[in-house]
Design a protein around this ligand. Structure first.
Ligand code: UD1
Length: 422
């Protein structure tokens, strides 16, 4: 199992290019299932989750060519409508093949994701939405079997008005893709407003879909009979951007992100300024300077445009060495504090009560061996390692490779002492 060895104490200085967003790339790859035409994608990140999605789509019959950050998908010859458990259990986003397959082929079998490290994460909203659009759904042997009955307009889903009880990012994306090929108008209410939903909508529109309102809580989709091939550039990863900015705020330094977008990071940038960082935005670059110990900052996670749950763990790491005490409240996932135990092993002072963590900043963490438990928790542990005294070994970094492109190379480029132990 691979590990990272980090020698803490270095400031971060220099430039780092931000990769394409994982959470935009995965749904957009699935959008390729909606057409027999070629989908050309640019700025694709080189990540384990992208490789897993590629493997799944190829099992369904999608032909995929890759050349650096470019990917071409052709779903002209789909011969399998099943996403097996082995795929869905390693990457929950595999559920995103469900909507496109049912919409284009009238049928799909997708494994239920089951539990995962950060909570039970059900998919009931995806299922209810497809049922409202006319799909018959049976749960059998751990699989969601969805079928559009014969007689419903040549196996086409039909448009529907769908209200989400809870804001769900992939739920919104799955139903938006399904609605793109449905017969009639679909209105998604209390839809997710995340920028990745907007990026997917842009790609679908380039493919011929008729979508209005993406980025607001009401999305209207007029179904069309066919979509065609298109080209699309994946948006920058706002969580990767935020992770580097938090790292530099905690460790101190002067870093510039290139190919980034500040307009989708507002809440995070405000919090970093509150911690004492000075931030300058110019076009697609974000510069952050930090020359003192950070001030503790409270955060409360909530759907976009509020503070993202995917940045909660990184802010926790910064708060462990901040001046003062901070409260971190997690409202999206029920079990997303597993990094707390590991941070405590470095000497952090954190109390947890339900979904609230209270962190009392200490002057210095001490390096130790710690274990990554999920993707964003891993990033938190790397940040803690960067500021701890002595050596920190982060074990089980396969979680990190799921969502951060070449993280140790990028951090080394900024002056961190970090290396991979194989
Ligand atoms: C997406 C992101 C993930 C991020 C999360 C929240 C991708 C690939 N992943 O995950 O990085 O942490 O949004 O911003 O984009 N829920 C239900 N029923 C459902 C669906 C969701 O109860 O059918 C609940 C979930 O358990 C959770 C909340 O709704 O408590 C939000 O989850 P959701 O937005 O769906 O997360 P994902 O789309 O899986």
């Amino acid at each position: 199992m691979q590990k990272l060895a980090i020698q803490g104490g270095n400031r971060l200085n220099g430039e780092v290019r931000i990769s394409g967003a994982k959470n935009a790339a995965l749904p957009i790859m699935c959008a390729g299932l909606l057409t027999a035409g070629d989908l050309h994608l640019d700025n694709m990140p080189d990540l384990h989750d992208v490789a897993t999605m590629r493997k799944l789509l190829m099992q369904l019959g999608v032909a995929i060519e890759i050349n650096g950050g470019q990917m071409v998908l052709s779903a002209a010859n789909i011969d399998n409508l099943e996403a097996p458990y082995e795929m869905v259990k390693t990457m929950r986003a595999a559920i995103l093949v469900l909507g496109p397959l049912v919409a284009r082929f009238g049928e799909a079998r997708v494994s239920l994701p089951g539990g995962c490290a950060i909570g039970s994460r059900p998919v009931d909203l995806h299922i209810k939405g497809l049922q409202a659009m006319g799909a018959e759904i049976h749960i059998e042997h751990g699989y969601i079997h969805a079928q559009v009955p014969h007689g419903v307009g040549a196996k086409r889903l039909k448009g529907a008005r769908i209200f989400f009880d809870l804001v769900s990012v992939t739920g919104t994306e799955n139903l938006m893709m399904a609605a793109a090929l449905a017969d009639g108008v679909t209105v998604l209410e209390n839809a997710a407003r995340e920028p990745e939903v907007v990026d997917l909508a842009h790609c679908l529109i380039a493919m011929g879909a008729k979508i209005e309102g993406a980025g607001s809580d009401t999305i209207s989709i007029i179904g069309v009979e066919k979509l065609h091939g298109a080209s699309h550039r994946i948006m920058p990863d706002r969580i990767e951007s935020g992770t580097f900015l938090v790292a530099a705020t905690a460790a101190g330094g002067d870093i510039t992100l290139t190919d980034a977008r500040a307009d989708i990071l507002e809440n995070v940038l405000e919090k970093l300024q509150e911690a004492g960082a000075s931030i300058q935005v110019a076009g697609s670059t974000i510069n952050l300077k930090m020359n003192k110990r950070p001030m503790a900052v409270n955060v409360r996670t909530s759907p976009y445009p509020a503070f993202p749950t995917d940045m909660q763990a990184q802010f926790m790491a910064m708060n462990t060495i901040a001046e003062g005490s901070a409260m971190v409240v997690e409202t999206i996932f029920e079990n997303r504090f597993m990094h707390v135990q590991e941070l405590r092993r470095l000497g952090a002072q954190i109390d947890v009560e339900g979904n609230t963590a209270v962190i009392k900043g200490c002057a210095q963490l001490e390096g130790a061996t710690i274990m990554a438990t999920d993707l964003r928790a891993s990033a938190c542990l790397v940040i803690a390692g960067l500021v701890a005294q002595g050596e920190t070994i982060v074990d089980r970094i396969y979680h990190l490779d799921r969502g951060y492109e070449h993280i140790e190379a990028k951090l080394s480029g900024l002056g961190a002492q970090i290396r991979r132990l194989k």
